[in-house]
Ligand binder design. Structure first.
Ligand SMILES: [Zn+2]
Length: 198
């Protein structure tokens, strides 16, 4: 893998919060400050570490850059494509789909033969925003794909148990005439959680 491990450079976990990342970076640039070291080979090494730490901060300290990096990292450290299970909105059969890094694709259901649109493995930008249209609320989700393209998807309801937070990796199944969200699947580190949202 040629992608540098920015999380290792800062000594934080891949699910570290922005605050943890900022604190780790501050600590590291101080710890590796060349003035702290007398021997020249130590100074060189400290310089080298500081360069890596700053490169990590430049990516992980920026929400958009971090999301894109995470997607590359996930795609790179797996054997073969990561498979996502996506429910067919017509018959609920679970369709195995390779992770698309958030790109919207048409999935053909092997159960009923119908096609549906899904953003597979997208990164959630910000938290869903509740927008009122007359008396009915709509939740607007902003999704980012690995090429940096943003898409807005509307969900009619979001269950309160669905803790959608910034940076979450999700698959959104769309349907209906307006292409509203039907299902949101949150891809956790070990399990996926799926919810009907429309
Ligand atoms: Zn189906």
């Amino acid at each position: 893998m040629t992608t540098p491990d920015h999380y290792a450079a800062l000594g934080v976990a891949p699910d570290a919060t922005p605050d943890e990342i900022r604190r780790a970076w501050r600590f590291a640039i101080e710890a590796f400050h060349p003035d702290r070291y007398a021997a020249s080979e130590q100074r060189d090494r400290a310089n080298d570490m500081a360069t890596r730490v700053n490169a990590a901060w430049e990516v992980l300290g920026d929400v958009g850059k971090r999301a894109a990096y995470d997607q590359r990292r996930r795609a790179g450290d797996d054997h073969g494509p990561l498979m996502r299970e996506v429910p067919c909105p017509s018959c609920l059969v679970r369709c195995g789909v390779p992770d698309q890094g958030g790109r919207a694709i048409d999935v053909r259901c092997p159960g009923c033969g119908s096609s549906f649109r899904a953003h597979v493995g997208a990164t959630l930008v910000g938290r869903p925003q509740l927008v009122w249209r007359g008396l009915s609320g709509r939740h607007v989700l902003v999704l980012l794909d690995r090429h940096g393209t943003l898409s807005e998807v509307v969900a009619r309801r979001l269950p309160p148990e669905l803790a959608l937070s910034e940076g979450e990796v999700v698959t959104v199944v769309r349907g209906g005439r307006r292409g509203d969200a039907r299902y949101v699947i949150v891809h956790g580190h070990t399990t996926d959680l799926g919810w009907k949202v429309g």
